[in-house]
Design a protein around this ligand. Sequence first.
Ligand SMILES: C[S@@+](CC[C@H](N)C(=O)[O-])C[C@H]1O[C@@H](n2cnc3c(N)ncnc32)[C@H](O)[C@@H]1O
Length: 265
Amino acid sequence: MTYEETAVSQTIDRLLSDRHDLDAAADGVLDNLDQFHIGGAGAVELLIPTLALAHGDVVLDVGSGFGGPARQIARRTGNHVMGIDITPSYVDAARDLTARAGLGDLVQFHAGDITDFPLDPAFDAALTMHVQMNVRDKTTWFRHIAERLTPGARLAVWEVCQPHRADLPWPMPWSLDGTDSFLVSADTLLACVKEAGFATVEWTNESTWVQDWITKTFANGLPAGPALPMLLDDGYTRVINYATALADGSLEIWRGCFTKNADQD
Ligand SMILES: C[S@@+](CC[C@H](N)C(=O)[O-])C[C@H]1O[C@@H](n2cnc3c(N)ncnc32)[C@H](O)[C@@H]1O
């Protein structure tokens, strides 16, 4: 199984104690470490305006990982963000990094599945980045997200799609051996989100943007630490395999913005 690293907080402590020159609380300093998706902080910047947040809106981040996107949204907008994630050690790390960043009043995390999370009060917006690849029944999963949103709420997604069946080089960031990977095409994913009770605002293939981001980010080789692959089992192989599959077109990245249908409970 993937996501079995149990000592993430300890690894982060060690990496940061080696870098006294870094102010880990400063905006952007840990972007190479705590953004667990292709496109890093730049991808989150693409999603933020699509959430159309108003003052006081509360945001749900489903599959929040180490909390980089949640903290970035809170920093940029001042809105409260609740992250939920099924991996307890990742939630512990997200909480530790949030405390270091002094954002504990705005950003909280819940360890568990979306189905464990209360239906009330409903959230005003949601995002999910690089999570649905691990979910077999995508329509039901997006329906659980819809149930926790107010009517008309925005949902932003940043997702990996597979345009055609092809063998992939495992391990990938979301799966060590492919047994817990459930990739679908962009058309199929869009159909699942709509069937779950969302209307489409935008559904855009961002694969070219991602290639540009990869070229810029890795122009001088792999970024110096602390960096995400240092937190993950077989981290560098997973990142290199992923970049290879994106470059040869085996995988695509799609960005979506949706609104929850008014008649959806
Ligand atoms: C590739 S990481 C993305 C993390 C975060 N969204 C980001 O972009 O930085 C995938 C995350 O999804 C979580 N995850 C996988 N399946 C999940 C599920 N059914 N519900 C909630 N979280 C899940 C994993 O624990 C992991 O933290």
